[in-house]
Design a protein around this ligand. Structure first.
Ligand code: ADP
Length: 480
């Protein structure tokens, strides 16, 4: 009997489904199926591949409510956010479907007569997509939609916490008309199925979203075969609130960015860097807003904040409360689990008087915890914002246009928001981070295509004679 694992609802502890725990042999079968299907799929005209994505987007629309409901149960986020997660996949599928009629390359004149030159994007082969549980429909779409429109086949290894949603995702792709073998799923654990996928010799591209530590392990495991590795890792995202900010607006943005999805977003605002002139006002307004948030199951209309994903996450979040207290930060509110029907809830937590180098201000907590850091001015705020190893998202609240533009230039992140929180990316701009958030690649937008294609430069000589670049035209006099 093959081993199995369970999908458990974080709000109730209920077992939702049981899945096979894929082994290296299962991964190999999936890769072989993908490898065979790739040879056909790469020859399907790209607009036709795009049409499959359009149909997929329409199916996601038709099933949006069902998927959002399932997400509140399997992953735990609240219904409106779950709907947003599905909507992101809809938007991405339409956007990448349209790429089927673009996938632009370049044409450029040759230095020689009767010679034509162009560059075209080529699919690479079997893509290994490894995804986390926090955006269980959106993130698979960020990887699969561009990979597929470019003509690749895929083996998806979704997070072990959200296999049901991944299963529905690939079922809808099949219904949309993806040919057999082009998309395959292996369920199970990272060190087992995930690692086998990363090391498989017939998987030349790995697209991974998860923690920094796992990203490093994936990079090392992929290095022996010089695979293309795309990484989207952690964040320690800061919101800067200047003395001229609209403080009420900033508080709304902080609450949404720090506590939305229970702080389990890679773009979560886990630091708030506040000008001392508004520090007192912001503290009291933020604490009041955090204490108004209602914790409960994601499917209940009145819930603002759902549970954490699993017990290990709850323990990790709580350990950071202890770390923050021991480091000398001041706990203003929260800092403890909240019992409600067996759910893994944690009270929205705000620390004040954090120093930029404290662990709670440096390390990714991935929970509803944020730390306020007081500063005396703009330069100090930017320096504090940049003093972390991550570089995903940043934000500044100010009504001074000069400061806003300086922040846009000087904040060392892949994404910067002005007068909005640290979260809210749209699918047609690049998504990703600088520094240790990744390795220079981006998802979404045109940038995603670079992960899933190789450039081929093509030269066509129609002169009927040998023409040698850099030699036959070298003696020609420059035009006067
Ligand atoms: P998180 O902390 O968000 O769960 P992880 O980085 O542990 O982040 O997991 C993200 C994804 O990576 C999951 O699908 C997980 O199963 C997978 N994973 C974990 N460890 C490995 C590994 N060593 N090799 C490949 N994939 C892994």
């Amino acid at each position: 009997m093959a081993e199995t694992f369970e999908s458990v609802a974080p709000a109730t502890g209920e077992v939702l489904a049981t899945f096979p725990r894929s082994t290296a042999a299962d991964v190999d079968r999936a890769v072989q199926a993908a490898k065979a299907a790739f040879e056909e799929w790469r020859l399907v005209p790209a607009p036709e591949r795009g049409n499959v994505l359009f149909r997929f987007a329409e199916l996601l629309r038709a099933h949006k409510d069902e998927l959002a409901d399932l997400m509140t149960r399997e992953m735990g986020k609240v219904k409106a956010e779950a709907g947003g997660d599905v909507q992101e996949a809809i938007d991405m599928s339409y956007y990448m479907g349209g790429e089927g009629r673009r996938l632009f390359g370049q044409t450029t004149p040759s230095e020689l007569r009767d010679k034509f030159m162009m560059s075209v994007r080529m699919p690479i082969g079997v893509v290994g997509a490894i995804t986390p549980w926090n955006f269980p429909i959106a993130i698979p779409s960020w990887k699969l939609a561009p990979a597929l429109v470019c003509g690749n086949a895929v083996v998806l290894k979704p997070a072990e916490d959200t296999p049901l949603l991944a299963q529905r995702f690939v079922e809808l792709l099949a219904e949309a008309g993806i040919p057999d073998g082009v998309v395959n799923v292996v369920h199970g654990f990272g060190e087992e199925a995930g690692d086998a996928l990363v090391r498989h010799p017939d998987v030349p591209v790995i697209s991974f979203t998860g923690s920094r530590e796992t990203g490093i392990a994936v990079t090392k495991a992929a290095a022996d075969r010089l695979k293309h590795v795309h990484l989207e890792l952690g964040g320690k995202n800061a919101i800067i609130v200047m003395d001229d900010a609209d403080v009420d607006l900033a508080v709304e943005g902080i609450v949404w960015s720090a506590f939305g999805t229970t702080g389990q977003r890679c773009t979560a605002a886990s630091r708030v860097i506040v000008h001392e002139a508004v520090y007192g006002e912001l503290q009291s307004k933020l604490v009041a807003a955090a204490e108004r948030l209602r914790l409960g199951p994601g499917w209940e209309d009145e819930t603002d904040v759902g549970p954490l994903i699993n017990r290990a996450a709850l323990e990790k979040v709580h350990s950071y409360t202890e770390i923050g207290k021991n480091e000398g930060a001041k706990l203003l509110t929260g800092g403890e689990p909240y019992a409600n029907g067996g759910g893994l809830y944690y009270r929205p937590t705000v620390f004040a008087d954090a120093e930029p180098d404290m662990r709670i201000a440096q390390e990714e907590i991935f929970g509803p915890t944020t730390a306020l850091i007081p500063v005396a001015g703009f330069d100090e705020a930017v320096a504090a914002a940049n003093a972390v190893r991550f570089g995903l998202s940043s934000s500044i609240y100010t009504r001074d246009v000069n400061r806003a533009f300086r922040a846009m230039r000087d904040l060392q992140t892949g994404i910067t928001y002005v007068n909005a929180g640290t979260t809210g990316a749209e699918v047609h701009l690049p998504f990703g981070g600088t520094k240790e958030t990744g390795n220079g690649h981006r998802e979404a937008g045109q940038a995603a295509l670079d992960v899933f294609t190789e450039w081929k430069s093509v030269y066509v000589d129609y002169s009927g004679k040998l023409q040698r670049a850099q030699i036959d035209n070298a003696e020609r006099p420059a035009p006067r």
